[in-house]
Design a protein around this ligand. Structure first.
Ligand SMILES: *Cc1c(COP(=O)(O)O)cnc(C)c1O
Length: 505
């Protein structure tokens, strides 16, 4: 019912005290700031009121996508209020000040212990030579840089001791690696030796990987959950082949995404420190570790695999700390957020979440199959809880995965299309990552939206589809900041060389 209101004759509300007018805080949209551009290139000379700065920046950020609809990324978009509150409190603590914030340092160490335990890290009673060790990082990228440095240094030390050439290190990896591996190789002068994917195989062939190892190989990188299809690489097969052939080559496992999934969904799967050739492992705390970005973890089987000359003992405010990081100061929030999740959820909590996501992924994959898509990911917990799919080859179809992604984007869903790793015949694919905050109800809405997107694409003729996708592409390109013209068209990376587009992760 709507209430009708009688309009009364009234008088202007009076301000009782004149000075109130002058002290009332200005209303943001009534100030001159509302009609001026925000500073972009040069700082303004004068301060601006805090509430105006807050409001105007918030307004601008509302144009960013909605993280909950971003099904492209593995990175956490939901944490409980309690975790957020702890993390906000910790923002002003510099993580590196161990002396000042000893409890934060203890908390990091507890996280290291708990996560290493999930990875079956070897421990001994008091024999320091045999204990696993680890550190927190900003993410898996930093973790992988550190692990690459450790493998390289150890290999160089061995080569020097044997009086052999130590100047041409190489690393064996899948061509579907995350870009941080390309960076690690380039930054630290290690040659990349790629095992290429094919049109039907998106994980590294263990045989091919082991055959590529030579005397200059510092290690093999195996991925627990490739970013394209989420499949687990067969670390055990690589391990067993190396052993059978008596090849002395370490394995590093990139478990950025799978490190918190496989231990709960596939506890029997041997891919971690249970395998003797696995010497180091990285995990992203901000992926299925369920913490906001950025926190990562890296572990070494024993000090033998982390050469002493990489470690710096920093005497900081009177206490000696061994550090191995690329940066120094950073906030303490993320490590504390990780500890919250570990103790709040326990193994049962993580297990329930990972099982739910696995079930959802299987359900979504079935529905996509019914719509005629080819499913490229492994269901049933044999890979990450994601669904990688593509359209069936059909010469008569006028649209492709990229046009479908564009249509879904109009509704707000971020479901990217990719061109697969090189040598896979430029295969196009799409990927939906199941994250903690993606539940069945939203999954159903997404399925309906995909159906209607397909229907509207079916109804378009070729000219319209081309116009439509070109328009949308130009539109999204305009939205992101222009990259520096000097660096356009680089030809040194896998993307530059082959047209592979990297999976968002
Ligand atoms: C996400 C990801 C990385 C990079 O991790 P960050 O934590 O984002 O630095 C590396 N490898 C794989 C397999 C990934 O999925």
């Amino acid at each position: 019912m709507v209430h009708l209101s009688k309009v009364k004759k009234g008088k202007q509300a009076q301000r009782h005290r004149q000075e109130q007018d002058e002290t009332a805080s200005p209303y943001v949209y009534g100030t001159h700031y509302a009609t001026e551009e925000l500073p972009e290139h040069v700082m303004s000379e004068r301060e601006m009121p805090a509430d105006v700065a807050l409001r105007l920046i918030k307004d601008e950020l509302s144009l960013d996508g909605n993280p909950l609809l971003n099904l492209a990324s593995f990175v956490t978009t939901y944490m409980e209020d309690e975790a957020q509150s702890l993390m906000t409190d910790a923002m002003s603590k510099n993580f590196i000040d161990f002396e000042e914030y000893p409890q934060t340092a203890h908390i990091q160490n507890r996280c290291i212990n708990m996560i290493a335990n999930l990875l079956h890290a070897p421990t001994s009673d008091g024999n320091h030579d045999q204990d696993c060790l680890g550190t927190s990082t900003v993410g898996s990228s930093e973790a992988i840089m550190l692990a690459t440095l450790a493998m390289k240094k150890r290999w160089q030390n061995q080569r020097k001791a044997a009086g052999k050439d130590w100047t041409r290190p190489n690393m064996v990896m899948n061509s579907a690696v995350q870009v941080c591996w390309e960076k690690a190789a380039r930054y630290f002068d290690v040659e990349e030796k790629y095992v290429y994917c094919t049109e039907t195989r998106y994980v590294m062939d263990p045989q091919a990987a082991v055959e590529m190892v030579d005397e200059n190989t510092i290690g093999i990188c195996a991925i627990m959950g490739t970013t394209y299809t989420g499949q687990y690489e067969d670390v055990k097969a690589i391990n067993d082949l190396l052993k059978a052939k008596h090849i002395d080559c370490p394995i590093h496992v990139d478990a950025a995404s799978g490190g918190f999934v496989a231990p709960f969904v596939r506890p029997e799967l041997e891919w971690d420190f249970r395998l003797e050739k696995v010497v180091s492992i990285n995990v992203s705390g901000h992926k299925y570790g369920l913490v906001y970005p950025g926190v990562g973890w890296v572990f070494w089987r024993s000090p033998e695999y982390l050469p002493q000359e990489l470690i710096f003992n920093v005497n900081y405010l009177g206490s000696n700390q061994a550090t191995f990081t690329l940066n120094f100061s950073k906030g303490a929030s993320h490590v504390i957020g990780q500890y919250y999740q570990l103790i709040r959820l326990g193994k049962h909590g993580y297990r329930s979440i990972m099982h739910n996501l696995t079930q959802l992924a299987d359900y979504f994959a079935d529905e996509m199959k019914k719509l005629g898509f080819i499913i490229m990911s492994d269901g049933n917990g044999r890979g990450l809880p994601l669904v990688a799919f593509r359209l069936t080859p059909n010469d008569d179809r006028l649209y492709d995965e990229f046009s479908l992604a564009h249509v879904l984007r109009q509704r707000g869903w971020v479901i990217p299309a990719y061109t697969m790793a090189p040598h896979s015949n430029q295969l196009k694919m799409m990927r939906v990552v199941m994250r903690e905050d993606f539940s069945m109800h939203r999954c159903q809405i997404l399925i309906e939206d995909i159906k209607s997107a397909l229907k509207s694409l079916e109804e378009m003729d070729i000219e319209m589809i081309q116009k439509y996708t070109q328009h949308l592409q130009a539109h999204s390109a305009r939205k992101v900041p222009q990259q520096h013209a000097y660096y356009n068209n680089e030809k040194h990376s896998l993307q530059g060389k082959t047209g592979k587009t990297h999976g968002v992760c």
